[in-house]
Design a protein around this ligand. Structure first.
Ligand SMILES: [Zn+2]
Length: 435
């Protein structure tokens, strides 16, 4: 599954942040959590087709969370959709949508399947299919607000091919039966028990969407053991009072939920417009829960990080300055990248890492005079310089040091148990900018 934040603002959009919406892509279908203004455009920008939307989940009726819904439905109608669209949200959603359609005289050509959750419901399975289900629970906000958990059902274990061959199992039907947990009787009368050949069931992926809430136990329940928890972090610690007053979370609250739920990765979003430097919120969240990322609009996050391999281009260059002569004979640039953890079984393919390493950065004069490296117009190098000056600088001063991200390793993103302080980034630009 891939999570794509489409809008990470809170009530007021800013020049660079849209109203709340997060898309979840799973096997060709898109599930939309909240549908703020501009969601449908952001989907296009993210490369997600609107026709692929399977279900839309609305958390509550603050306008920023559903203001894009009617526009999207209208687009689907213009696209002559014929597939049923699931619309899930608090009681009142059906009335809102049907009234709007009637008001504008739109007759839609596809079915709308509403699931409405009444106030006072404690827990509800709002969608249940063969492969996954979605659960809703009420959160603690100024008005009735729901959080959602998307859970894939466990997949059957893998069949041990060597053993199967030894027993002479060849038919698909036989494999199916074994995977379903049934025992198999061979022609010679031998009984093969399912567990002899089939491994443990593989747990399904999971994603929780918790936004517009103070800290509450239901948020923890929704997020329990999820691969990714998307949680609001509208305010920083300094405005904890304001957060409570408006029924929102601070970054530290989000971290608390993530810690209690033992989620693997926390992604914070729904930022108040007053924060221009979100790293402040990231820093506060990381103090409570280290594997935290900032949601970044249109930047996909994979529930299984190994799937990300090769899709996202590397933009980070971590250098190990403590090693004078790493593998590549004194070439710090190469050594650095390897130490970044990306060479061994890394996303970008172990072997390639060495050959694709960046050369030492050329001076601006070189670049201007047309002496260019392997990367032609060399976006990478220029970008590096820029981040060094701007983002990097400001981040460093905010965090009070570079230690926070020294031990960050994309292959090892869920494991913060052993901070690796030996890696010193060459520039301030780091993985945070990806999310
Ligand atoms: Zn909101």
């Amino acid at each position: 599954m891939i999570v794509v934040p489409l809008g990470i603002a809170s009530a007021t959009p800013t020049a660079i942040r849209h109203l709340p919406s997060v898309a979840l892509w799973r096997e060709g279908s898109v599930f939309l959590f909240d549908c703020g203004e501009n969601s449908q455009m952001c989907m296009l920008q993210a490369g997600l087709k609107r026709s692929k939307i399977d279900s839309i989940f609305i958390t509550h009726f603050d306008v920023d969370h559903y203001s894009g819904l009617m526009g999207l439905i209208s687009t689907l109608q213009l696209q002559r959709r014929d597939k049923t669209l699931n619309l899930i949200g608090p009681k009142g959603l059906k009335e809102f949508v049907t009234w709007n359609l009637k008001f504008s005289g739109v007759e839609i050509s596809f079915d709308l399947d509403f699931v409405e959750i009444e106030e006072g419901t404690d827990e509800m399975r709002v969608l249940d299919t063969e492969d996954y289900y979605v659960e809703a629970r009420p959160l603690k906000h100024k008005k009735f607000c729901l959080g959602y958990r998307f859970q894939e059902k466990d997949k059957p274990g893998k069949v041990d091919a060597t053993k199967a061959e030894q027993y002479g199992i060849t038919e698909d039907e036989q494999f199916k039966a074994l995977k379903a947990g049934k025992n198999l009787t061979l022609n010679d009368g031998t009984v093969i028990e399912s567990y002899e050949i089939v491994g443990h069931p593989r747990p399904g992926d999971s994603f929780a969407y918790v936004t517009d809430t103070e800290y509450c136990p239901n948020a923890v329940k929704l997020a329990m053991n999820t691969n990714i928890l998307y949680h609001e972090a509208t305010f920083g610690n300094q405005l904890a009072d304001k957060a409570k007053e408006t029924g929102h979370s601070t970054a530290a609250d989000a971290a608390r939920v993530a810690t209690e739920a033992q989620t693997k990765l926390l992604v914070i979003g729904h930022f108040s417009a007053r924060y221009t430097n979100l790293h402040l919120l990231l820093k506060e969240a990381r103090e409570g829960f280290y594997p935290t990322w900032l949601a970044q609009e249109l930047r996909p996050i994979f529930t299984d990080p190994s799937h990300e391999r090769g899709i996202v281009e590397p933009k980070v260059n971590l250098i190990d300055l403590t090693k004078k002569n790493p593998q590549s004979g004194g070439d710090n640039y190469r050594g650095g990248r390897s130490r970044g953890g990306r060479s061994s079984a890394g996303r970008h393919g172990g072997g390639r890492s060495g050959s694709r390493n960046f050369r030492p950065r050329k001076s601006r004069d070189d670049a201007a005079s047309g002496t260019r490296g392997r990367y032609g117009s060399s976006n990478y190098e220029n970008r590096g310089d820029r981040y060094k000056k701007n983002d990097g600088g400001s981040y460093r001063s905010d965090s009070g040091g570079s230690r926070d991200y020294n031990n960050y390793d994309r292959n090892n993103r869920y494991n913060d148990s052993k901070p690796n302080k030996s890696i010193t980034p060459r520039t301030g630009y780091d993985d945070f900018n990806r999310f």
